[in-house]
Design a protein around this ligand. Structure first.
Ligand code: NAD
Length: 475
């Protein structure tokens, strides 16, 4: 029997007559059904969030912190059940699913330690001016399918800590673990503070356009981000957009080939390449190109692609059919143009599941679609470069500006290049590390605003400046 999951609205687990199927990408079997919500259910959720807002926002930050910490603890206590469900719906191998669940618990725990202290702007003989932070109100959170639990929690935690209430929509491809989590945290926060409802993509614009939602926090594609910005402009909703990326990694000639080959591989292929900050273009200096590309290709041959629930699987399937078809299209384009493959390229259409073998391309041109577009899948182009100026220009020649990395035996040189990259995050000699205390956000078309850290928390607040003129009391 297929498990039916419910939505969390106003502290109650509710269902709808119409349900959506959720498929396991490893075998294309339906593994669960979730409510297909529309305007009526959204209105209920928003009304609940609105009604809960006055009391919730008036609680002390320490009271709200305790609730965020309780959510963090609930995730950790139930991590075993949650990570297995996450693998079943998302496809990622068990170890990576466990990493996401434990990571979500840690992120919420760490973010809960942040504060919203008042700031003194002026304390002179004439006046006292201070800035306090007030919550924006009801938040609409919209989440993608690549890290569904992490993304949901990284919106819920700061929203609640700041004093906002939230209506959150998971991706229709990966709603199950989030809804199980909703059930587990149902009584942790007061009714209406956290609402989680599912529906098709068409539910998204209803959230963006809802007159009683004050802010949208969105993670997903740049194309959808633009629609959200447009929709939110009608009533000037506050927005935070975490969007796509086409992140460049630059490997300098002094990098130790043996040391970096494996790390470069995982910077691209973790979560089957479906990470906004995955290395999506790797530029290798011509002096070490042949040796390093051969080492990466050799490492790739020993990595098992398969069902994430099976032991030994290191790379799972692509999460959904739409994304699978897009990755296949990019690979076909590379074949049609005669680009050289170091590894992979051919999938077996008769095997159920959205499997793509590890695929690595050998020095395709800069205008190849696989280089110029965000692939978001297990396909990586390696490119040769000659000079620093040239590689910086090529790395920056993108509408995106999310993240990047520099690999070198000389960290100072790495920082010098990092400062010339037009992205929100740059790693020197590591990859994919995000700190709960550092702002994470995209430059250019990779985003608007930031998540994480104090800066991320402040996005859920308005500044209010209160100025008191001294020696002018009209008494
Ligand atoms: P998507 O934009 O298709 O969908 C994301 C969410 O938006 C889903 O919940 C979807 O139902 C909803 N949605 C769809 N159309 C909408 C609309 N018109 N209005 C409002 N909501 C709508 O993205 P995806 O395919 O789920 O995720 C992949 C993309 O997300 C990639 O581009 C990736 O780089 C990006 N991403 C970015 C980050 C980041 O932090 N910058 C993190 C993860 C993923």
């Amino acid at each position: 029997m297929i498990t039916q999951y419910k939505n969390l609205i106003n502290g109650q687990m509710i269902s709808t007559d119409s349900m959506l199927d959720v498929v396991n990408p490893a075998n294309e079997e339906v593994i669960g059904q979730v409510p297909s919500c529309g305007e009526a259910e959204l209105n209920e959720a928003v009304a609940a969030a609105r009604a809960a807002f006055p009391a919730w926002s008036k609680k002390s930050i320490d009271e709200r912190r305790a609730v965020v910490q309780a959510i963090s603890a609930t995730i950790k206590e139930n991590s075993d059940e949650l990570f297995r469900l996450l693998t079943a719906e998302q496809g990622k191998p068990h170890a990576q699913a466990q990493g996401e669940i434990i990571g979500a618990s840690m992120m919420a725990g760490a973010q809960s330690t942040l504060d919203l202290d008042d700031e003194i702007n002026e304390d002179s003989e004439e006046r006292l001016s201070r800035t306090r932070r007030v919550p924006v109100g009801v938040v609409g959170g919209i989440v993608p399918w690549n890290f569904p639990v992490m993304m949901a929690v990284q919106k819920i935690a700061p929203a609640l800590l700041s004093g906002c209430t939230i209506v959150l929509k998971p991706s229709p491809f990966t709603p199950l673990t989030t809804l199980r989590l909703a059930e587990l945290i149902k009584d942790v926060a007061p009714a209406g503070v956290v609402n989680i409802l599912t529906g098709e993509d068409s539910l998204g614009p209803l959230i963006t356009g809802h007159p009683d939602i004050d802010k949208i926090t969105f993670t997903g594609s740049t194309a959808t981000g633009k629609k959200i910005m447009e929709g939110a402009s009608k009533d000037l909703k506050r927005i935070t957009l975490e969007l796509g990326g086409n992140d460049a990694s630059i490997v300098l000639p002094d990098a130790n080939v043996e040391k970096v080959a494996e790390q470069l591989f995982w910077s691209s292929f973790t979560n089957a390449g479906q990470i906004c900050v995955a290395a999506k273009r790797i530029y290798i200096h011509e002096d070490i190109y042949d040796e390093l590309s051969a080492a990466i290709a050799e490492y790739a041959k020993h990595v098992k692609v398969g069902d994430g629930a099976q032991q030994g699987t290191a790379v799972g399937p692509i999460q959904n059919k739409k994304q699978y078809d897009r990755v296949l299209e990019l690979v076909q384009d590379a074949k049609d143009n005669g680009y050289k493959f170091l590894v992979g390229g051919d999938h077996d259409p008769d095997v159920p599941g959205y499997y793509m073998p590890i695929t690595i391309l050998d020095n395709p041109p800069e205008d190849a679609r696989i280089v110029a577009e965000e692939q978001f899948g297990p396909v990586m182009p390696l490119m040769k470069f000659s000079t620093e100026d040239e590689v910086i220009q090529r790395a920056n020649d993108s509408e995106y500006g999310l993240a990047g990395a520099v690999w070198t035996a000389n960290p100072d040189k790495g920082v010098e290049i990092a400062e010339k990259l037009e992205t929100g995050t740059v790693w020197v000699n590591e990859f994919l590390h995000l700190s709960p205390f550092a702002p994470f956000g995209g430059h250019k078309q990779s985003g608007f605003g930031a998540e994480y850290g104090k800066e991320g928390l402040l996005e859920f607040t308005y500044p209010q400046v209160i100025t008191v003129k001294k020696n002018n009391v009209p008494a």
